[in-house]
Design a protein around this ligand. Sequence first.
Ligand code: PEP
Ligand code: MG
Length: 582
Amino acid sequence: MHVKHGIAVSPGVVTGEVLVLGTEDFRIPQRFVSIDAVESELGRFRNTLETVWSEIKENERLASDRLGDQFGAIFGAHLQMARDPKLIAEIEQLISERSFSPEYACSRVLRRFAGELQNLGNQYHAERAVDIFDLEKRILRHLLGQRREELVHLTAPVIVLAHNLTPSETASLDRKFVLGFATEVGGRTSHTAILAGALEIPAVVGLGHFLADVSGGEMVIIDGNHGEVILDPDEETLAQYRELEQQVHSVSERLASLKTLPAETIDGTRIALWGNIEFPEEAEVCQGHGAEGIGLYRTEFLYLETNQIPSEEDHYQAYRKVISAYPDHPVTIRTLDIGADKVPETHDEIGDDIVNPVLGLRSVRLSLHNLPLFKIQLRAILRAAVDGDVRVMFPLVSNLLELRQARMILSDVMDDLEEQQIPFRRDVPVGIMVEVPAAVMLAEEFAREVDFFSIGTNDLIQYTLAVDRADPSVAALYRPGDPSILRLIRAVIIAAAKYDVPVTVCGQMSSDPMFIPLLVGMGIRKFSSTPHAIPELKEVIRNLTIEQAEQIAEHAESLDLARDVENYLRGELNRICPDLVF
Ligand code: PEP
Ligand code: MG
């Protein structure tokens, strides 16, 4: 039994069989395939071999042309090996007779050959072993590439373990079959993590290297509440976690009954609980959890779904879908926040040559840099707004000029629509994400020019503490409870109050029940969170008085260490709602 500790990013406890998603850097994703899959696996292996042969031939040609025939001959030797009938027969035999996965069979046979060569004891043969490893890597790269594709076509429940999952891979996980996942890299508020929460798949990220020890098919436990992954658990541990799984399940069943009750404190203060979404379909999930609107629609995920730049119609249809779920409630559409870990590899025109994506041409900067792209989106938002209570929100605004320019483009787009006699809504409220410390420092100035603020704690923490939100090696430094973060939030609330500007908190901090008493005590009355967190947040609010929340905030704000703030808040949550602290 191996216990690994990582970062808990999506709650829930699950047990199941491992499916390892490999990359070319490590081998063997799965040892065995089911008997009825043997024929198709053989076919997959043969197709891969053909691709590998033509790839090597192309390399041979290129190397001969550019460097001379003696270099081309290196690849000639690879081709000879890759076509060796004895080698191929041996691999195919392992697949057909022992139900080995093609990856495992290739690796086993090629590594045995390599080992034999190395053992011959002379330099020349030892170097030939390197060629075999090269060939193994090439074949595996193709096989594993296909395997990642196959993630979409799972037929039995698994727990996915991978070095990394991109946001789009995560988005494509089928909840019916993927019980949970764990990755070696990733941070608490990376977009992969956020999506795991949205999909309600228990997940742990940032585990560090561990996949080399896993071959696939063994049992694993994912504890998305505590950030633990247990490989090959013993009977006692398994029983213990199955009980925890039950406990988590029964709490969430109890909380589901709160759906129709208001989010109101004991002393009668109403708190708005909205949902964060990435895809239009999630609007219904928000309804299911009792959200009273959409406080953050991350529209950039429209780009992550496809290789094409979405058209105005694509945007429009997506927005219409969300609005039709919430025709009489706020729908806050955030303009594209492409950049950082959300750069789609396929959109070269957007993500090319980025030196430091987190500080680069992302979000509103990108929109202002690419006006046609920006205008397409704004047109779609304004048109869709005819049917709902739509608000426009600009991300990552860091100076007033950006806000003014964005507003100017918005008004240009309105003029265009008017001239073209296309129906749209003119009086859409315009707000900004407050997620860069500069925006906090100028919050009063911004407050004079916007209709609302939404504090994005994910980026605010990243930029204030200089901690990459997606990097597990600095995850311990990523602290929502840091006194500097509390002071920034306080400063936004004070500035906004001067101009009567409503403030929402929409970063992950607002999805963690532990921070709710603090934020309510500081004066926040609107939260936008991961949909599945809404019942828990409501439970906290319904067990809290404003006076109690203010006392909690006062004490938390007097502490000078993130650790003390977080321990204190955890303790208070334990007193308010003990069954939310597992
Ligand atoms: C944030 O930064 O807190 C936020 C909500 O936006 P995103 O997570 O999409 O960057
Ligand atoms: Mg952000």
